[in-house]
Design a protein around this ligand. Structure first.
Ligand SMILES: *Cc1c(COP(=O)(O)O)cnc(C)c1O
Length: 219
């Protein structure tokens, strides 16, 4: 199957999962994860109509996205990988949404950069729902206080929560936990679900799913 056919299949499976969950189709957005793929490959997805993309590295993104964004107005680029505070300036300049805010230092660096660049980047807090030591994200128990800190101390509007469940576990309970935390924090958006489990995530209330290999192929 060609990339554009795989993309269309993902769109239709998202629509079907949204319908099954009794939700309006536009309530679930696709973030097409294009990490490791070249601009020419990404352009095929753009030509098919995809506009929201996710990347996990700032430096890699700087090599391909300024050009792609200049070619096509209306691209929305999400950072879905860990961010170091020394890359905050570059991240604020290039990305429209940063999904991986997970500690005070990075939240402060982003607040400063947004002010300096007079640019608003939409922000999500990453939650380490499985408390995995090797994984980024704030602990579930600390999430509400961290979201409050971002809002009250730094004036950052946190739009959503994001999680990556442990690879070897049933993701359902992790998606349920993220949805519960979002409600507790009065945060509206939920970024959860990848190629292997995006339909499950939609059933648990995902407002965006991050799908890479099911569209672009194996990395
Ligand atoms: C790579 C990546 C994805 C996409 O994973 P696939 O299994 O290829 O769909 C989603 N979220 C994050 C944070 C990623 O790094």
């Amino acid at each position: 199957m060609e990339l554009q056919e795989r993309l269309k299949e993902v769109w239709s499976r998202i629509a079907a999962a949204a319908r099954d969950a009794g939700r309006a189709e536009p309530a679930v957005q696709l973030v097409a994860v294009s990490k490791t793929f070249e601009a020419d490959t990404i352009r095929l997805a753009i030509d098919a109509g995809q506009r929201i993309f996710g990347e996990n590295r700032v430096q890699e993104s700087q090599g391909k996205w300024p050009g792609l964004k200049a070619e096509t107005p209306g691209i929305e680029l999400h950072l879905i990988g860990p961010l170091q505070s020394n890359k905050a300036a570059e991240a604020v300049a290039l990305f429209d949404v940063i999904e991986t805010v997970d500690r005070e230092k990075i939240a402060r660096a982003l607040a400063e950069e947004m002010k300096r660049q007079a640019k608003v980047v939409r922000l999500y807090v990453q939650v380490n729902t499985g408390l995995e030591p090797q994984k980024a994200g704030i602990a579930p128990d600390d999430t509400a206080a961290f979201v409050r800190f971002c809002r009250d101390e730094l004036g950052l509007a946190i739009e959503g929560l994001m999680c990556i469940p442990p690879a070897d576990e049933n993701p359902g309970p992790h998606f349920a936990l993220l949805a519960k935390l979002a409600e507790k924090c009065a945060v509206k958006k939920l970024s959860m679900g990848m190629s292997g489990d995006y339909e499950t995530a939609i059933a648990f209330g995902a407002t965006s799913v991050r799908v890479g290999s099911a569209i672009f192929g194996a990395r």
